[in-house]
Design a protein. Structure first.
Length: 458
């Protein structure tokens, strides 16, 4: 049964919001702990659908992972890593619809001397995999994929026969953190040096975490050099709040009158904060108060409870509180080189642009078409229904002429979590009643999103 959510206009949104922990960092924390030596304690692990897939898959691969819930939506996870070559071989693994799990795990499996079939769910099976298959083949892995008649692309399932990898120098044709991370993880198993050159810098959580786990890795802007070396546990990892989840409330507080909110302990890694840069340029009132990861309150209280030892975090993720007040927005141009730093925030930025004065152009957003759904199509279709002036120009450009009014309408998620949440926020800022159909997909990244939204409806 598919559920719908009815949204009424919000008068204002006020108070403090704790968003779930960062999904990208959480996937990496399980994977990298699992192939390092020693026990890793992961604090504030988010219990969303995708991250639970990664956890389950690594348990299937023989890694001892235990979990104690700290809140209904977070857990303390303990991973007992036994080193690079310790994973159990499996004939096949089902990855559901988690693209990050699929692509990063492929890198690890390519390093192992075994053969496995990686299967995806309905939505993941439509997503392109040549971007990882090609570099992994160059490194020496044997990869077979599903091909679709009339298309040059490769799709899941993938058969990966790994082992005996050699390092390569790879100039990435697309800016993708998943592809970069896949190659880096494969590089851990490869003889010689692996060099990656990115066309535009993407999120660098893998590089940061590999440093924490004592990998031999050097980063010089868009160039990363890695050499084979076994990893040792970082001891403890605290996962900060997810800026991608926070962005729904950042935009809501900006466009809903008389609002003022504080988002607590959010990851503010500069490779992820493009949304803040763009919204500020549009006139938003957003303030950041940074804090060091060591002083993070959640980590401290968990430590008190568990008595676990602390460790140095010089390569850890930056964390801060984000304060947002209502402001009048004006249109802007979002350029191609900004896209990777806000790729997942483009749907909610389209909502902000629809409420801004003047024209907003989003250039070079082609990658949006190959997410859980074609997010250009899903957002343009939905926002047009709500009366926005939005159009697609050419293959990769979106033009939005903002106005203050959006009208309530019946819209749908297209089975995509970020489209669903963006449309709920659009509904809060619209005149009249909005119904968002098929909202169960939200659990993929933000299971308590609607609960938080309901707080602002009364
Ligand atoms: C992610 C990278 C991005 C992003 C995705 C998560 C990651 O994908 O859209 O939600 O964790 O590395 P691409 O690498 O395909 O751009």
């Amino acid at each position: 049964m598919r559920h719908s959510f009815v949204v009424k206009p919000a008068k204002s949104i006020k108070g403090s919001v704790v968003v779930p922990a960062d999904k990208s960092i959480a996937h990496r924390s399980i994977m990298i702990s699992a192939i390092s030596k020693g026990k890793t304690e992961i604090l504030n692990f988010p219990l969303n659908k995708d991250c639970l897939i990664t956890l389950r898959v690594f348990q299937e691969l023989g890694v001892k992972i235990s979990m104690i819930k700290s809140t209904p939506y977070t857990a303390r996870v303990l991973v007992e890593g036994k080193g690079l070559y310790s994973l159990k071989s499996k004939q096949s693994l089902f990855i559901g619809d988690s693209g990050t799990t699929f692509r990063l795990l492929s890198g690890i499996l390519a390093g192992l001397p075994a053969s496995v079939i990686l299967k995806g769910g309905i939505s993941l099976s439509r997503r392109p995999m040549s971007r990882i298959a090609q570099p992994l083949r160059k490194m020496g892995a044997v990869i077979k994929s599903r091909q679709v008649r009339g298309k040059m692309e490769e799709y899941p399932p993938l058969m990966i026969k790994g082992g005996n990898l050699k390092g390569i120098s790879y100039k990435m044709p697309v800016a993708s953190a998943q592809v970069k991370s896949c190659i880096l993880l494969a590089g851990l198993f490869a003889q010689g040096r692996t060099t990656i050159i990115e066309p535009i810098k993407t999120r660098d959580h893998t590089e940061k975490m590999l440093k924490q786990f004592k990998a031999k890795i050097k980063v010089k802007r868009e160039k990363i050099i890695l050499q084979k070396k076994s990893l040792c546990s970082a001891g403890r990892i605290y996962i900060p709040g997810d800026i991608s989840c926070a962005s729904f409330f950042i935009v809501a507080a900006t466009i809903i009158p008389d609002s003022r909110i504080c988002l607590k302990s959010v990851g503010i890694n500069p490779t992820r904060t493009g949304i803040i840069k763009v919204l500020r340029r549009m006139g938003a009132d957003i303030k950041l108060k940074t804090k060091s990861e060591k002083r993070k309150t959640g980590a401290k209280s968990e430590k008190r409870k568990t008595g676990a030892k602390s460790e140095k975090r010089k390569d850890g993720e930056p964390i801060g509180d984000i304060f947002v007040r209502t402001s009048k927005l004006r249109g802007t141009v979002i350029k191609k080189d900004e896209i990777p730093s806000l790729i997942d925030e483009l749907p909610i930025l389209m909502v902000a642009a629809a409420k801004a004065d003047g024209k907003t152009e989003i250039i070079g957003a082609g990658e949006l078409k190959i997410k859980e759904t074609d997010r250009i199509n899903s957002m343009v279709t939905n926002l047009l229904k709500m009366g926005a002036d939005i159009k697609i120009a050419g293959l990769r450009k979106i033009i939005i002429r903002g106005s203050t009014g959006l009208k309530g309408a019946r819209v749908r998620s297209f089975a995509d979590h970020r489209t669903a949440m963006s449309m709920v926020i659009a509904g809060l800022a619209a005149e009249g009643r909005t119904v968002v159909d098929d909202i169960d997909c939200i659990a993929k990244s933000f299971p308590n999103f609607l609960k938080l939204v309901k707080r602002f409806l009364c």
